[in-house]
Design a binder for this molecule. Structure first.
Ligand code: SF4
Length: 405
């Protein structure tokens, strides 16, 4: 697996650093999100907020804007909470910049300065700032908000080369197939077994590198000694992403096919045994693009609900029934619109929900003042973080309303 990883690993930006902060950000972004989606978000985040201190101090609107489109916004709020916790509990007295350059030097890959925002940002002349240090102990990492056992294991192995196991969807698929585990991996006993296997593998990787060094694998082994746990865990993730895929795994080019029970016994379709997926649920909403004097009404979602802090146009769920949008508007706002017309329908999927948003353009008399929310000129739509469905709506409304002027 280590040799396969060395030859086949994708050149991902967070693989060019051993900076635990950068690796932590990548791991949080990668929860529930694909690699290709995360790359531009990660680059932008590291460019705008290159240190733990910067992430801790950033205004709420800024972190939500940087996360806009990634979804699961509790992740970004937890990330900031955790950054504040690190500052409160792990002050180091070492400059953030010095530490970052040292961590970059330790990296197993050769960094390309031109493609690496962290390097470009941290030149040696950057002024010295006393700062905090990312915790190295597994239990301290696990204690951070938003960090579970998988994420703590990934950070400690990738950033500090500790033999800490990982187990996510990709790794579950790879391990259940290689070891022929037929039980549902979510069940307590099989889950425990999978964590145990993952731990054995990463611990073995650590001993393997020193043994090889003794046998004169000097260059390769010295790289591995620095990275063997990191690379073993990443090789499991990478095999799951590139070769041992959910459908049509490419067993013929797989580095572990000779050991793999699922391959030998033709069980790749059956494993992992994750039971039936939850059925998709349709949800219908009406939304109102309310215009007054060239500005549009937007409202911020309150704390404590999904997509809290994000912005949206006023909207109402209709429980799947085709309802009279005009009637909903009149009773919600208690006055008559000057103009009311259908604008567009937006479809959006999130987890098991298939959302249909039917939008209407509403024009109000100039004198009308408050409706709860803020009035925003369309040129400023991009300054706020919208929920994904309402971002689509904002962009449609912007183009459509512009074109009819
Ligand atoms: Fe997955 Fe096939 Fe490799 Fe087994 S041989 S680990 S099923 S890709």
């Amino acid at each position: 697996m280590l040799e396969w990883f060395a030859a086949n690993a994708r050149d991902l930006p967070w693989r060019r650093t051993r900076d635990p902060y950068a690796i932590w950000v990548s791991e949080i972004m990668l929860q529930q999100t694909q690699v290709k989606t995360v790359i531009p978000f990660w680059n932008r985040w590291l460019r705008e907020l290159p240190t733990i201190e910067a992430a801790a101090k950033a205004p709420s609107a800024k972190i939500h804007k940087l996360w806009e489109g990634l979804g699961y916004y509790t992740r970004v709020r937890n990330l900031q909470k955790a950054a504040k916790q690190i500052i409160a509990q792990h002050r180091s007295g070492v400059s953030a910049e010095r530490r970052k350059l040292d961590e970059i030097k330790k990296c197993g890959f050769l960094p390309k300065a031109a493609t690496m925002p962290v390097l470009k940002k941290f030149q040696p002349e950057t002024p010295h700032v006393v700062s905090c240090k990312f915790p190295e102990k597994f239990d301290d990492v696990l204690a951070l908000p938003g960090v579970g056992r998988y994420t703590a294991g990934a950070i400690c192995s990738i950033a500090f080369n500790q033999p800490t196991p990982i187990l996510d969807g990709n790794v579950i698929r790879v391990l259940t197939r290689i070891f022929g585990i037929a039980e549902n991996p979510k069940e307590k006993e099989s889950n425990k077994l999978l964590w145990h296997i993952s731990e054995e593998l990463v611990s073995h990787a650590k001993t393997q590198s020193s043994r090889r060094k003794n046998k004169n694998f000097a260059v390769l082994a010295s790289l591995r000694e620095e990275n063997s746990c990191s690379h073993l865990n990443q090789s499991l993730m990478e095999l799951g992403a590139l070769v041992c895929t959910p459908r049509n795994p490419q067993c013929l080019i797989c580095p572990v096919k000779k050991l793999c029970v699922a391959f030998k016994e033709n069980l790749t379709e059956e494993l992992p045994n994750i039971g039936k997926r939850e059925a998709a649920t349709a949800r219908h909403f009406v939304a109102f693009i309310i215009e007054r004097n060239g500005e549009f009404l937007v409202q911020q979602r309150p704390i404590g609900i999904v997509n809290a802090h994000l912005w949206e146009f006023p909207n109402f769920e209709t429980n799947g029934e085709k309802k009279d949008a005009r009637g909903i508007f009149d009773s919600a706002f208690n006055f008559k619109a000057a103009k009311f017309q259908p604008l567009c329908t937006v479809k959006h999927s999130i987890t098991r929900y298939r959302i249909t948003l039917e939008a209407f353009r509403v024009q109000l008399p100039k004198h009308l003042k408050t409706l709860g929310g803020i009035w925003l000129p369309r040129a400023r739509f991009d300054s706020l973080a919208f929920t994904a469905a309402h971002k689509k709506l904002a962009s449609f409304a912007k183009n459509c309303i512009l074109s009819d002027r």
